[in-house]
Write a protein that binds this ligand. Structure first.
Ligand code: C2G
Length: 135
């Protein structure tokens, strides 16, 4: 069984996240997703709309996802890869080159093109803009 892992916040889950998880799963047979904890998001200076618990529940419900773990710190990736027997580490290409060194010799590192024109930040901006609108 070829195990794949990816990491992320996955707040306000959207089609960019879905495309990433679908393509990550296509690279193996079993997909582990490490969802950033609320504490780690504070480290990443990211304010989330959804709690870690809710973000984990949503990601776990995605049909491409086989297992969800929590990402507590930047440095846990190599340890996760070893502990879980991961063969492929996948991230969107906004992270291109960021994790190659720390995972060298441990697993394949793949960066996939991001989905254009969608992000959690852009969703928040759109909602704020439409605040006065009915509905
Ligand atoms: N993503 C994407 N296309 C988008 C938006 C996001 O492919 N339009 C990808 C990102 O590249 C990332 C994943 O979806 O691989 C999750 O994105 P975020 O929730 O924004 O996660 P991030 O804050 O990048 O956290 O240790 C790694 C970090 O935890 C990554």
């Amino acid at each position: 069984m070829k195990k794949v892992i990816t990491y992320g916040t996955f707040d306000l889950f959207h089609v960019g996240h879905l495309n990433l998880l679908r393509r990550a799963k296509e690279l193996g047979d079993y997909l582990v997703v490490a969802v950033s904890s609320d504490g780690f998001n504070a480290v990443k200076d990211k304010r989330c709309a959804y709690s870690c618990e809710d973000r984990c529940a949503i990601v776990k419900a995605i049909k491409y996802v086989d297992e969800v773990i929590v990402e507590e710190r930047w440095e846990q990736k190599a340890e996760d890869v070893r502990r879980l027997g991961i063969e492929v580490f996948v991230m969107g290409d906004d992270w291109k080159g960021r994790f190659d060194e720390e995972l060298k010799g441990l697993c394949e590192v793949v960066y996939l093109p991001r989905t254009e024109n969608i992000s959690t930040t852009s969703i928040k901006i759109e909602i704020r803009k439409g605040d006065g609108a009915k509905g």
